[in-house]
Write a protein that binds this ligand. Structure first.
Ligand code: S3P
Length: 660
């Protein structure tokens, strides 16, 4: 029988809640704030981009950087809409901030999941204070898109029926921005990072067991912050260690703020060995190193006041319960229904699809533990915590799971798959992950026929890292559609993505290879039927999102050179090196024909091909803008060997920076 040994140290990435707040408070202060160890994930990037759009001088997120805040007066209305992506925290906290800035306004947009989430919980009290909020979606829908107009607000004493740190944070931000007193009362104290961080920035707050009061007319001072490891992310590894057969995992620098440690209490109650070492205070937060060892686990009840302290960890705890002895019941957790997905339904449906006895309840679920091997396909609904929770189950010997969208972990833990592989690779001396530093990503973009794919392959080979051809994923979807016999005119993103679960990928020595039904079909993917139809597939935004997710997951697992459209912008905004290849149209046409015909093309042939490329460029206009921090290389008069040499030199420098 296979046994799972875990060993080594995992430093989960920076806490998400603290990372958002570190950026926002630094932007409000007048003066420099240094931020170390921020979580460089998609959600936090959304907050950073929104603040930049409001005029904040905010450099690219890195492990150590300085935000030069210029105070509230310097914040202006963003020109375009604020794209909050998948992030509820970005939306709700910034809605509070804008509401308190008289004369400023912003339109908030998000992805499909975020647009479904309720916003009335923040817009209600903000409206009572005097802000004007307009929902721009279908009638009766209190979600995104919405427009928030700041106004001279009045003080509020708000009694929230539910514990919510986002609501509390939004109201405190509105009060700070407008200079008015704010009291928020809650039935149970929600996570209190805002309170702790504001105190450290000179803001006077009165905290009681039932709430917090912010006095009127207060300024936020600049302050440095070191972001501790996220306990919600660390929980995946705590559960992995508890479920293993032997070994132990050390989880370093974990934020042990008591409003966040409910999952560790539940784990202990289920019989897990969780020991905290090196317990200390850093910048107003409690930190510790957790040592978690395997043990026999038993079912438990999770409910009441404990729920807000483990709300984000419940999907993982439910998965853990499926391997414990006896029954686990989760109650009082109806809030789970309005997270990134309906996490009650999604967790129960997936557990059942894998063969677990589980029952959905209005406010939670009932899960019956067993040791039967779990097999099947997990539908994440793009929810990062589902992908990771089931990812942990999938790492247990005997279980065979496929996950539809592994790339969605980028929302909170971009290097999750790499850390999971490291922690479970038996025999590794130390599985140190240092997840703050995502693997090296070199992004190569450029217009059609700029030679990006062959250059990327060559660069990858020279650097001895893997090449990801994002086009191959589009080809795989096109191949399945061609195979289905459905005429291309009828293809929709929905019909194409319905087959996406048949596509997976595997790391080969040289590349990240897409597989169809578990097999390498490279030759078929390059066939003429696929070549003729693939651009139709790649033009669909939902399909692009899916491919981007696959590519992100690969880039989160290992060092990669990736080429394709939007790679340096939408897919890897934090890539350590971005290159944008350009060449004049004539030269691109000539290269393309040489490749296609295998001989020197005539001038007439080149002219015809050049015309086609101009048309293609016009079609691609929205996708081919280089990232702002991309290095553009004009390859018109440069040989490919010279291009490769230049990119390799830049990449080596980037790799050095990453290691330092
Ligand atoms: C968060 C608060 C919680 C949590 C979310 C992050 C925050 O949501 O679930 O992931 O950073 O304030 P609620 O405020 O809805 O409880």
């Amino acid at each position: 029988m296979l046994r799972l040994t875990v060993q080594g140290t995992v430093r989960a990435p920076g806490d998400k809640s603290i990372s958002h707040r570190a950026l926002i408070f630094a932007a409000m202060a007048d003066g420099p704030s240094r931020i170390r160890g921020i979580l460089p994930s998609a959600d936090v990037h959304a907050t950073a981009a929104a603040l930049r759009a409001m005029g904040v001088d905010l450099p690219a997120l890195s492990d150590d950087f300085v935000v030069r805040g210029r105070g509230l007066a310097a914040l202006h209305s963003p020109e375009g809409a604020l794209d909050c992506g998948n992030s509820g925290t970005t939306t709700r906290l910034l809605a509070g901030l804008i509401a308190g800035l008289a004369g400023r306004e912003a339109r908030f947009e998000g992805d499909a999941s975020l647009s479904r989430r309720p916003m009335r919980r923040v817009t209600g009290p903000l409206g009572q204070m005097g802000a004007r909020i307009v929902f721009e979606g279908p009638p009766g829908h209190d979600g995104l898109p919405m427009r928030v107009q700041g106004a001279p607000l009045t003080a509020i004493r708000y009694v929230n029926r539910h514990a919510s740190a986002q609501v509390k944070g939004a109201l405190l931000l509105a009060g700070l921005a407008a200079g008015v007193e704010v009291t928020v009362e809650e039935p149970v104290r929600s996570r209190d990072h805002s309170e702790r961080m504001l105190r450290a920035r000179g803001v006077a707050l009165e905290c009681t067991d039932s709430g917090v009061t912010l006095a009127a007319a207060q300024r936020v001072l600049p302050a440095d912050v070191s972001v501790p490891a996220d306990p919600s992310s660390a929980t995946f590894f705590a559960c992995l260690a508890a479920l293993a057969d032997e070994g132990a995992l050390r989880l370093e620098d974990v934020c042990c703020n008591p409003t966040r440690t409910g999952a560790f209490d539940v784990l202990r109650r289920m019989g897990a060995h969780v020991r905290v070492e090196d317990d200390r205070d850093v910048g107003g937060e409690r930190l510790g190193t957790l040592i978690v060892r395997p043990s026999r686990l038993v079912g438990t009840e999770i409910g009441g006041d404990e729920i807000p302290r483990c709300i984000d960890e419940l999907p993982m705890l439910a998965c853990l319960a499926s391997r414990a002895e006896g029954v686990t019941v989760i109650r009082d957790a109806q809030e789970l229904r309005v997270k990134e997905s309906d996490r009650i339904r999604a967790v129960v449906d997936n557990l059942r699809a894998l063969g677990v006895e589980a029952e959905e309840r209005p406010d939670g679920m009932r899960v019956v533990g067993s040791l039967r091997p779990l097999t099947g396909h997990v539908v994440t609904h793009g929810d990062h915590r589902l992908a990771m929770a089931f990812g942990v189950l999938g790492a247990l010997p005997g279980n065979q799971l496929t996950i539809d969208d592994p790339g969605c972990v980028a929302v909170s833990y971009p290097a999750f798959w790499r850390d999971l592989t490291a922690a479970t690779s038996q025999g590794a001396a130390v599985a140190v992950s240092g997840s703050q530093h995502a693997p090296l990503v070199i992004a190569i973009d450029g217009p059609a026929a700029s030679g990006k794919s062959s250059t990327a392959q060559w660069v990858a080979k020279t650097l001895d890292v893997r090449h990801v051809d994002s086009g191959a994923f589009y080809r795989a979807l096109a191949f399945l559609a061609v195979e289905s016999g459905e005429p291309p005119e009828y293809w929709t993103a929905e019909s194409l993505l319905a087959r996406a679960s048949r596509i997976s990928w595997r790391l080969t020595e040289r590349s990240v290879l897409p597989l169809v039904d578990g097999r390498d079909q490279d030759e078929l993917l390059r066939g003429s039927a696929v070549t003729r139809t693939v651009s139709r597939v790649a033009a669909m935004p939902a399909v692009r999102e899916w491919v981007n997710g696959q590519v992100r997951a690969a880039g989160a697992a290992v060092d990669v050179v990736v080429d394709g459209r939007d790679i340096g912008t939408a897919v890897f905004p934090a890539a350590q090196l971005k290159v944008f290849l350009v060449a004049d149209t004539w030269e691109r046409a000539r290269r393309r024909l040489v490749q296609r015909l295998g001989r020197r093309p005539t001038d007439a042939e080149i002219a015809e091909e050049a015309e086609a490329l101009v048309a293609r460029d016009a079609q691609d206009a929205t996708q081919s803008a280089p990232a702002r921090d991309a290095i553009t290389i004009d390859t018109t008069t440069v040989t490919q060997a010279e291009q490769v040499e230049r990119i390799v030199a830049l990449a080596r420098a980037a790799r050095e920076r990453l290691r330092r």
